[in-house]
Design a protein around this ligand. Sequence first.
Ligand code: IMP
Ligand code: MG
Length: 541
Amino acid sequence: MDMRSAKKEIHHRVFVNRSLTLENIKCYGFDMDYTLAVYKSPEYESLGFELLRDRLVSIGYPHELLGYTYDPTFPTRGLVYDTTYGNLLKIDSNGNILVCTHGFEYLRGEQVDEYYPNKFIQRDDTDRFYVLNTLFNLSETYLYACLMDFFAKSTRYKNCMKGFKHGDLFMSHRSMFQDVRDAMDHLHDTGILKERTLKNLDKYVIKDPRLPVLLSRIKEVAKVFLATNSDFNYTEGIMKYLLDFPAGSKNPKKPWRSYFDLVVVDTRKPMFFAGGTVLRQVDTVTGKLRIGTYTGDLQHGTVYSGGSSDMVCDLLDVKGKDILYVGDHIFGDILKSKKRQGWKTFLVVPELVKELHVWTDKTSMFEELRHLDIFLAELYHKSDELSSPESYSSAIQNGSTAERHLDSGSQESPDISAIQRRIKMVTYGMDLCYGKMGSLLRCGSTKTLFASQLLRYADIYSTTCLNLLNYPFSYLFRAPHVLLPHEAAVESQTKEQITELPERILKSSNIQRQCECDDADANCGQDENCARNNPGSSTET
Ligand code: IMP
Ligand code: MG
């Protein structure tokens, strides 16, 4: 397979954190925005940014802000905004700071220490730290950086730790955050953004003829529902556009609602996965809600508003464990449906396209980082002749490092400063390949908070839900076998011992080297050491 077709193949795949048998799925649920309705990037984020910026100016922010335009290379999803100091932070799952910026300025180690002496934040403090989790938040993320940049550079304002001073006026970072958040809610709740989107659907929304194919195929084998936080009018406009193809095309023309057994709008996720709200019926002609809570059976073609995930299970007569819910919001769609209801989860991560491109194109950088990490570890228990990064790869490769068996009585400690500098350089270089704030999923060899949540809460994930088309509905998504550190240590020790044995002894004693495939238990037969390729060998004595 050449490089180009290998890349194409990987973009069509669904990745697996926990094994999942599609055959057992009796019901598929879909989120709408950024899941079924994929917005064009950066056009949609630019629109969001401009509306947000203009709103701030209209409530009194300086006109100079109008000079800023959206730069898609700056923001990365999943950053945390510190409302006290106005910094954007990239953190790991424990709250350790990986990257810190103030405006567009990257803060160095000592500068970060001034704000965060432990290079750590208490991320449970959700009143102070706001996680910019969704793709809608990208424009907002960029605006925070613009605001810091503008006020910090403006000669009219005096820089203070917690804000900016102008005469007797103090603009705290906290108050600016509140203004941006309110402006963001205003944009969404008043329908300004939705109106502009509906007016120019071709510009902002990706229409893909494979979507009706996917939904039709699913409906033949399982129940299908839509659960979106959007209102009925917007949902109708978007879904009509996405699913109404002209007659005579590959798919017969049918109304968008007939692709679903149940449509729920105004779901107010994540609340939807807990207590939820009142379930009402929507008058699909006027878009108005019927008063009172709906208590009857499921009516086909009816659209509901509000409710909860329990009500969805009741109306569709399915159990939570039999539902696969597909969404883009790591918290509102995935974490909550998994933690609260035990649903199976599929996270849509559009950024994976870029992440996979960089991963494939920059393999050498990741390799160097891996070698540096190994070298660092080796330094602590091997010869001190390896004190420079230049010597590490040859030393590791030719195995010239002699064991020293340092223990708690040892006085010396290796000089690792050169290696650390190199690791920082490679990490920074890698980050820039993704964008100015780096990857969504990693910073060097450390996983971001987003990556940890993805691993923990998404059973499967992919760049788009359309990739489900590439698998039969009886498919077993099998998770890779992951060893715990102590198990991996035993395994590598065993491997080392076995590979150290001369080939002659291996042959004569019939010791089976472990299959190198990632499916060792199943004996895949693809590896020369696999039992399948050595029939009978494991039983010979
Ligand atoms: P879903 O992804 O289909 O559940 O819909 C997301 C909905 O949330 C859309 O209607 C957005 O307009 C809305 N939304 C996204 N971000 C915000 C926000 O920051 N404030 C208020 N509404 C938002
Ligand atoms: Mg969504």
